[in-house]
Design a protein. Structure first.
Length: 400
């Protein structure tokens, strides 16, 4: 019979593992911080985290997380946009975080970890049975399948891919629970592991508290792509579609950075398109400002990303009351969301003609259509994807 750990006042003790954590406020760092805050209401929470990457935060006042213990190691810095530097960084951080886990996490502990850094949960899987750790894994990235889509590996028939597939599959199966972001991811992992009851869907949330319902601007349409400009976003084909529709009256704004952001910068420079603008990362506090200027939010993924991820920005665009243009695989989570709730348009990934046609259809749409979709988007964010609703799903996972 296992011993259940508890903290003060007989509270559960939970260990949360994430490379990115507060004061990181972008993507995974923000999500894991908010989950930790929620869990700390009813549990004793200790976070084992990676380094603090964002120096601009150092000069700002940081809200203390009084009810959460944070343990960080000493990590070597690396360039996340350089492939070889990133591999070195991921490996070194993973080994260091594993060492901290072994030192601080007792046997029979409850653990919530995320798939960043990607090697860490694989290394951790070798200690699950020995330490009797009960691990719930939040799957943000699906390995090794997304390495094929990113072009890092060339074929699913290669020896390297088959070896990695076997290693990752065994690691996934040693987790007590797999938390996935959508129905397509659940279907993929059911096929991948043969499990059903231990795979739970918990979507990303819409920040309806801090993001206001925005009006649709009464002006020429402004498309907004805000987020990571990485290898999985398929921006090359999106840019091609923009080039082929340059005679239409609309603006396009890119906000963010990533491995292929230079592609966007070069495109703007070479084509001398005043209608296309690019900005770097903007603070989370500026979301309402730049969302207010958008007519439609753009979410783009490469072809064959079915089941491999659900971009979190989708839900904040819904919160802002913005219709969506989703470029991705048919029947994926966001495609289903759009079809079921009438909140936007879909263009199949890998098809420049389809992306071009979707842009033209949006530009030529009556404003009343955009307003109706925007209202649907906000209602959807409040009724299904609000922060309270989603965080409550994480709390239920750890209730006694």
């Amino acid at each position: 019979m296992s011993t259940e750990l508890s903290g003060p006042n007989n509270k559960n003790e939970i260990f949360l593992i994430s490379e990115l954590f507060y004061p990181e406020t972008i993507s995974t760092g923000y999500i894991m911080t908010e989950i930790a805050k929620e869990l700390s209401k009813e549990n004793v929470v200790t976070v084992i985290a990676g380094p603090e990457f964002y120096e601009e935060k150092e000069q700002q006042y940081l809200e203390p997380l009084e009810d959460i213990r944070i343990i960080r190691g000493s990590y070597a810095s690396y360039n996340k946009n350089n492939f070889f530097s990133r591999i070195f960084g991921v490996l070194s951080i993973s080994w260091r975080m594993l060492a901290i886990m072994r030192l601080h996490i007792p046997k029979n502990s409850k653990v919530l970890m995320v798939t960043n850094p990607l090697i860490l949960f694989v290394l951790t899987s070798f200690y699950v049975r020995k330490r009797k750790w009960n691990i719930k894994l939040l799957v943000h990235d699906v390995f090794p399948e997304n390495l094929i889509v990113a072009g890092v590996l060339k074929s699913t028939t290669s020896l390297i891919f088959k070896v990695l597939l076997s290693i990752f599959k065994k690691a996934y199966m040693k987790m007590d629970t797999l938390i996935v972001l959508g129905r397509d991811m659940k279907q993929l992992f059911e096929s991948k592991t043969g499990k059903t009851s231990t795979i739970k869907i918990i979507e990303n949330w819409a920040d309806t508290e801090n993001i206001n319902k925005q009006e649709i601007p009464d002006d020429i349409p402004n498309f907004l792509f805000a987020g990571n400009m990485g290898r999985l976003q398929g921006l090359d084909l999106l840019l091609k579609a923009i080039e082929e529709t340059k005679e239409y009256d609309y603006n396009f704004t890119f906000i963010g950075s990533g491995a292929v952001e230079q592609l966007v910068t070069d495109f703007i420079s070479q084509n001398k398109l005043n209608k296309v603008r690019k900005y770097g990362w903007l603070p989370r506090e500026s979301q309402n400002e730049f969302l207010s200027k958008a007519t439609i939010g753009v979410i783009s993924l490469k072809k064959d990303m079915y089941g491999l991820g659900v971009p979190s920005k989708c839900y904040n665009l819904l919160a802002a009351g913005k219709p969506l243009l989703y470029i991705g695989d048919k029947d994926s989570e966001i495609h289903r969301l759009i079809v079921e709730n009438s909140v936007g348009w879909f263009a199949e990934a890998g098809n420049v003609s389809a992306i071009k046609d979707a842009i033209i259809k949006i530009v030529e749409s009556d404003r009343s259509v955009l307003i109706s979709m925007g209202k649907n988007a906000r209602v959807l964010s409040e009724t299904l994807y609000s922060k309270g609703i989603i965080l409550n799903k994480f709390s239920k996972l750890f209730q006694k």
